[in-house]
Design a protein around this ligand. Structure first.
Ligand SMILES: NC(=O)c1ccc[n+]([C@@H]2O[C@H](COP(=O)([O-])OP(=O)(O)OC[C@H]3O[C@@H](n4cnc5c(N)ncnc54)[C@H](OP(=O)(O)O)[C@@H]3O)[C@@H](O)[C@H]2O)c1
Length: 363
């Protein structure tokens, strides 16, 4: 399973589909794995630095991982790998990080592919939480395949990360990003806000932009800052993956701003309801969304209980006046404060990034 998890990590972190890995193993002493055509040696595929290598003591017939929507699922990729090596998988064990799907989306059901290949045993880390795709284990069991669920489940869930949250909540996973001074300001009294944080912090934030499906700001920020909302490298070049650029709010956006420049598609959602905005993004297959403010929109998302984590870049800068990072949350007394659970604290040049989860009961 450790190897299957490593394979899964090779998949893209954005997009509508989860990262999944699969290893096909010959049962010890079983006939599975006999060469089909050529007496090609066994192997675990290439291993990369930091990954667990081929499975010791087990004969690996094939390996696969999911490369993103529209490409074969991990199980199908592993079966194809075994075929390409000329190895027979009948009687084999499939070790897979997510329960094989049982539905026909852009590709056919993996449960059927495993059955047709004659796999005898399936070991799974995470049962599929997606009602549209679940049922793979039941179909396999009904056909006489032994299925073991929940092996290394915690590691499997951690790897699925925001995708799992999106499927379980029926809306995209939301990260709220703030770039604030030590005294919690995100703009000076005259509205200027470029730049509060250091190049190191901004580079980190751009890397995160390259991992999400959509980047969201309110009309206030779009009008005040004329942001490009692109993911860029240190040299200013556009990153390979560009998130959908989303502006939320009723006001019109001026034609010809930086949003008209190169980058992801631009979507103006003329609503003030965060849940409605997220439903529209979910329908467009966005699973991970980064809300970048401003303070009014940040407060609206927090009040609606749809923020899963906060990334706060805090710079050793004082302004004393200007907009607070988050607008009015309707909290009147300290006992009602929204308290988050810190997951990570990372120095970035002179700044600090605090990553904190919004606990379930606070939502
Ligand atoms: N340092 C940072 O991290 C950072 C990040 C972003 C922005 N900023 C700064 O923040 C300032 C802009 O802040 P802002 O608060 O005016 O802008 P904002 O939060 O981006 O946008 C506010 C607007 O969004 C619309 N809206 C959408 N949903 C809403 C809801 N549920 N409730 C209320 N309004 C909703 C409203 O406009 P409609 O009338 O159009 O509906 C509202 O006026 C700028 O100075 C910018 O530089 C700083």
């Amino acid at each position: 399973m450790a190897r299957a998890l490593d394979l899964a990590r090779r998949g893209p972190v954005h997009g509508p589909n989860p990262r999944v890995g699969c290893v096909l193993l010959a049962a010890p002493g079983a006939a599975a794995g006999a060469p089909r055509t050529a007496p090609e040696g066994p192997g675990g595929g290439g291993s990369r630095t930091g990954e667990s290598g081929p499975v010791p003591g087990a004969r690996v017939l094939g390996e696969g991982w999911h490369r993103g929507a529209g490409t074969p699922h991990a199980e199908v990729a592993a079966l194809a790998d075994a075929r390409a090596r000329g190895l027979d998988v009948r009687g084999a064990t499939a070790v897979v990080t997510l329960e094989p799907c049982d539905h026909t989306g852009r590709t056919g059901p993996c449960s059927v592919a495993l059955l047709e290949a004659g796999v005898a045993r399936v070991v799974v880390a995470v049962p599929d939480p997606n009602p549209a795709a679940a049922g793979g284990a039941a179909r396999l069991r009904a056909a006489g395949v032994e299925v073991v669920l929940g092996v290394e489940e915690a590691a499997g869930r951690a790897l699925l990360g925001p995708w799992l949250v999106a499927v379980e909540r029926g809306r995209p996973h939301v990260t709220l990003k703030l770039a604030a001074t030590l005294d919690g300001r995100v703009a000076a009294a005259d509205g200027s806000s470029r730049w509060i944080t250091s190049p190191e912090a901004r580079a980190h934030a751009h890397a995160l932009r390259g991992e999400v499906d959509a980047l969201v700001v309110g009309t206030g920020t779009a009008l005040a800052d004329d942001p490009a909302l692109t993911a860029r490298g240190a040299d200013g070049a556009l990153a390979p993956h560009q998130p959908l650029r989303v502006v939320v709010g009723a006001r019109d956006l001026p034609a010809g701003g930086r949003l008209a420049g190169p980058g992801g598609d631009v979507l103006h959602l003329r609503t003030r309801d965060p849940r409605e905005a997220l439903a529209a993004l979910h329908a467009r297959e966005a699973r991970r969304v980064l809300v970048e403010g401003g303070p009014t929109l940040a407060a609206a998302f927090l009040r609606a209980g749809v923020v899963d984590e906060v990334h706060a870049y805090v710079a050793p800068v004082l302004l004393g006046a200007g907009r607070s990072a988050v607008g009015d949350l309707g909290i009147g007394t300290i006992g009602d404060a929204l308290r988050l659970r810190t997951r990570e604290v990372r120095p970035l040049g002179p700044d600090v990034l605090v990553v904190a989860d919004v606990e379930e009961e606070e939502r």
